[in-house]
Design a binder for this molecule. Structure first.
Ligand code: ATP
Length: 347
């Protein structure tokens, strides 16, 4: 722009836009007003418990230079790693995880406002290092609190039909919803509970009940597994001879009590999945652009691997089934998600 008067020592550089106006990469002027409205891009992986969010997040993080912010309501606390299903370090492939097992459950429940604040700081930190923030976890109320422009902690958006879900978001969000048809997911969830029981969940809970009154750990006391095992450990206190959940001598009554706790865990896990799906449908219905990827077929294949017998004779068969599962996962879940993310990053 030409100045209405000449300045002997000041020549405006042709590259330098006037105050209040900056150029975008195509050299089109954009006002600072619209610049201010340019939001940071984040990726949000949503889905019911057990649908493969953690696995997908690692697959994507290694391809897109991303860091993960956990948005599972129970995994934010230290402790009960098996019971709450935290992704083990060896499965993280070196991808940085934030807000995973960092809050002390003795300090009380992490509120949605606290989550909004701490996860917001983590996002700024990740962005400052030119990485892509990826929010991953099953708590829709945490995700809602984090991404909405104005958060009202007194409003329970999922509580009643009258409370509106906000569509004014403070980030430019790409929502990927990993979906698995409910009957297939329920089968898998029950199977997963059995696997968790085999890999140390009763021992972990037994330790928890040995030292803690659940009421003194408000953070974790609602984690599925804690209330369900309460009656069992009250009747058969940990440390008592023969009373170990997975070992020692069992009498018939004890076995029944244990099996009842397991049945409740399975039922409550399936209920949680249904509630979470309902909440995601609510968000979608309210205008959030949740992009669904269908992992049903991949889960059918995963179940074939899990139910295959472990005998050496069947080892080759099992390997083939595992290969098939990974292929279907890549085809149905990873590739479609990558397309969604690529499109989003190019926008
Ligand atoms: P709500 O509004 O009901 O709290 P939310 O969407 O905010 O739902 P969810 O993630 O659905 O939060 O968790 C609700 C409940 O499900 C938890 O209080 C806990 O009982 C159980 N839960 C969630 N995640 C886990 C987990 N990883 N391990 C064990 N229990 C869990």
């Amino acid at each position: 722009p030409s100045l209405p008067f000449s300045l002997p020592f000041f020549k405006p550089s042709p590259r330098r836009p006037p105050r209040g106006v900056r150029m975008d990469s195509s050299d089109r002027p954009i006002s600072t007003l619209s610049l201010r409205r340019q939001k940071d891009k984040i990726l949000v992986i949503m889905g019911a418990t057990g649908c493969g969010k953690s696995k997908l997040s690692i697959d994507l993080a290694t391809r897109f230079q991303a860091e993960i912010i956990n948005s599972d309501k129970m995994q934010v606390y230290k402790g009960l790693d098996i019971t709450t299903n935290k992704i083990p370090i060896h499965e993280r492939n070196g991808v940085a995880h934030h807000l995973l097992g960092v809050f002390d459950p003795l300090d009380g429940e992490v509120s949605a406002s606290e989550f909004r604040l701490t996860a917001g700081l983590a996002i700024s930190d990740i962005l400052s290092r030119q990485k892509l923030p990826m929010v991953v976890g099953g708590s829709n109320s945490f995700i809602h609190a984090l991404v909405v422009d104005r958060f009202n902690p007194d409003l329970d958006v999922f509580g009643g039909a009258s409370n509106p879900v906000s569509t004014q978001l403070r980030y430019n969000c790409c929502f990927v919803w990993v979906d698995v048809s409910l009957p297939v997911l329920e089968d898998y969830l029950c199977y997963r509970v059995d696997e968790m029981l085999e890999s140390g969940m009763p021992e972990e809970l037994s330790e928890y009940y040995r030292w803690e009154d659940p009421a003194s750990q408000p953070g974790l006391r609602k984690a599925i597994g804690v209330p369900e095992f309460e009656r069992y450990f009250k009747r058969y206190p940990p440390g008592r001879a023969g009373a170990g959940a997975g070992g020692g001598e069992w009498d018939e009554a004890q076995r029944r009590e244990y099996e009842e706790a397991v049945r409740e865990i399975k039922e409550n896990t399936c209920e949680l999945a249904k509630r979470q799906i309902g909440k995601m449908m609510r968000l979608k219905g309210a205008g959030w652009e949740l992009q669904r990827v269908d992992a049903t077929e991949a889960f059918r294949e995963a179940m074939k691997v899990r139910t295959a017998s472990d005998s050496s004779k069947n080892n080759k068969k099992k390997k083939r089934k595992k290969k098939r599962w990974m292929e279907v996962w890549e085809r149905d879940v990873v590739q479609p998600s990558m397309k969604i993310v690529n499109r989003f990053l190019e926008e």
